[in-house]
Design a protein around this ligand. Structure first.
Ligand SMILES: Nc1ncnc2c1ncn2[C@@H]1O[C@H](COP(=O)(O)OP(=O)(O)OP(=O)(O)O)[C@@H](O)[C@H]1O
Ligand SMILES: [Mg+2]
Length: 510
């Protein structure tokens, strides 16, 4: 007997429809899986055999051939267990072909027949919903998939439960989606920018960065509060939109980091340690999974002690900072993962840390300082729009009362500024619209300077030694500052503030 069951496998951010054909015939007993399966799928044979038997069904004696089609796509993952098992049960008559028609099956099986979650339930559902309306998965995967509109997904506890549901003996209830999950680690709502005393210019710079989606680098001596400020940056970012939330959840789903139910509703914040490996940062493995930069999609990537990261690890940021995605190439195929985040980096100005400190003596030679700063390459520095110096606070400021603004008030202003940008870029852009993502054409179109501002920019480039590479960045940041004021034309004071955020370009350390 021959049977056909629908399933899917995940490939990067997308999924691919796979048909599982099962043929059970007489002859020498055997169980063969063809159609480019990976080791996990080949190993599934023993799981499936035990699961079928332990669920009280008969495992056929003859020769079983399973074909995964299309044959030219390499398949990966344990989600094929259920469709193969259902295929075998259909081929042996325990189920009818009519019972499985029009449905998508995806789950790993335990030896006792229980259904287990698989990685990537959300992208699979989004991809397959064009052709199929009904999905059968484990309860955990079903809760994830149920966040997609216009589909019905059943979360079955076991293989037996699947069969009884399909036969109408014990129908399951459709799963319901969206329970809220906070992934913000220790960055949750307990932190507030108001905790930080003084440093008003840094807070202002952070507000500009949040408003326009700009990357930011904090520079200063030890103990000046860089880490403290950076950790509070996410608290002034606007909430995730529904679309962004689904995008980010998709990545966590593929990475298998969405074990309990739901949708990610707060901006992810990733803060890998500086010993992080290349694969953990960019994404890796023989079948690459999303790395830290993709897990920070639509959120914040915080790199503390920036120059301490390995050079190749830092350099991986180049492509995503430019294009908002990363392509990982392996022998078998290349996969693409979204990685659009705001980078916030913190570092000391020199190895001992006190180069910019007026009170302490720096013990580093010019060569040492240069070598330290050179750990961050020019092209990478170029992609960071805002550099801010964080000076050490005086006793008076530290012992004073807190008087800064609360994060929620700043966030309100940031939201307003983002609305202006959404109005500007509108629906023409499929990704989040913000000034930092303007193309050079858009920069030309939207960054109109007043005469005075134009003169100032000329002077800055000629006399302060601002590199031409930083030109675009200054324009974009000026655009954001003008938006924060709600004005259309960029004036001289907007521009001079933006120039002030390029302290590393101004060669202060040369
Ligand atoms: N502006 C501030 N307001 C209140 N507390 C502060 C401020 N700046 C520093 N501190 C205190 O100093 C501690 C150290 O700050 P933090 O760890 O942010 O320094 P850092 O600049 O990251 O130093 P390093 O370069 O050594 O990493 C904070 O935990 C906090 O208690
Ligand atoms: Mg620190």
């Amino acid at each position: 007997m021959l049977s056909k069951v629908n399933t899917a496998c995940v490939m990067g951010m997308e999924a691919c429809h796979v048909e599982v054909e099962v043929d059970v015939s007489g002859g020498m007993p055997g169980f063969l899986v063809v159609g480019l399966p990976d080791t996990a799928i080949r190993e599934s044979r023993d799981r499936i055999r035990s699961a079928i038997k332990n669920s009280g069904f008969v495992f056929p004696q003859g020769k079983i051939t399973v074909n995964l089609s299309p044959a030219d796509v390499k398949k990966e993952g344990a989600g094929f267990d259920l469709p193969i098992a259902v295929g075998i049960l259909t081929a042996t008559g325990a189920l009818e072909q009519e019972d499985v028609k029009g449905k998508v099956f995806c789950a790993e099986l335990a030896l006792n027949g229980k259904l287990r979650p698989f990685r990537g339930a959300l992208p699979v559902t989004i991809h397959m919903k064009e052709k199929f309306g009904i999905f059968v998965m484990s309860p955990v995967s079903a809760a994830e998939s149920a966040n997609v509109d216009e589909i019905t997904v059943y979360g079955a506890p076991s293989l037996r439960g699947v069969v009884e549901h399909l036969k109408g003996i014990k129908p399951l209830k459709p799963a319901r989606g969206a329970s809220r999950k906070k992934l913000s680690d220790d960055f949750g709502s307990i932190l507030d920018l108001n905790d930080v005393k003084g440093q008003e210019h840094v807070k202002r710079g952070m507000e500009v960065a949040a408003s326009g989606g700009h990357n930011i680098l904090l520079l200063g001596p030890p103990g000046s509060g860089k880490s403290m400020l950076a950790k509070r940056f996410p608290t002034i970012l606007p909430e995730l939109s529904e679309e962004e939330s689904l995008e980010t959840t998709k990545i966590y789903s593929i990475a298998g980091q969405l074990r309990d139910t739901g949708l990610i509703t707060s901006r992810p914040v990733r803060s890998p340690h500086h010993t992080v490996s290349y694969a953990a940062m960019a994404g890796g493995g023989s079948w690459p999974l999303p790395g830290e930069i993709s897990l920070a999609h639509n959120g914040v990537l915080f790199l503390d002690e920036f120059p301490e990261f390995r050079r190749d690890v830092i350099e991986t940021l180049r492509q995503p900072l430019e294009s908002g995605e990363i392509t990982i190439t392996r022998v078998q195929r290349s996969l693409r993962y979204s990685a659009r985040f705001i980078l916030i980096a913190a570092m000391n100005p020199c190895p001992c840390g006190y180069f910019t400190d007026p009170k302490k003596v720096c013990r580093c030679g010019p060569d040492q300082i240069q070598k330290y700063l050179c750990k961050i390459s020019g092209p990478l520095l170029d992609r960071i729009d805002i550099h801010i110096e964080v000076p050490r606070l005086e006793y008076k400021q530290l012992s004073g009362k807190r008087c800064g603004e609360f994060s929620k008030d700043i966030r309100e202003r940031v939201k307003k500024c983002r609305d202006i940008q959404t109005g500007r870029f509108g629906v023409r852009r499929e990704t989040a619209a913000c000034n930092a993502l303007m193309s050079s054409k858009e920069t030309e179109m939207y960054c109109l300077l007043s005469d005075e501002a134009r003169e100032l920019l000329k002077t800055a480039i000629l006399e302060l030694g601002i590199s031409a590479r930083a030109y675009d960045k200054i324009l974009k940041v000026s655009r954001t500052i003008a938006d924060m004021e709600g004005v259309e034309k960029i004036e001289a004071h907007h521009l001079s503030e933006a120039v002030g955020y390029r302290c590393l370009d101004r060669n202060l350390w040369a």
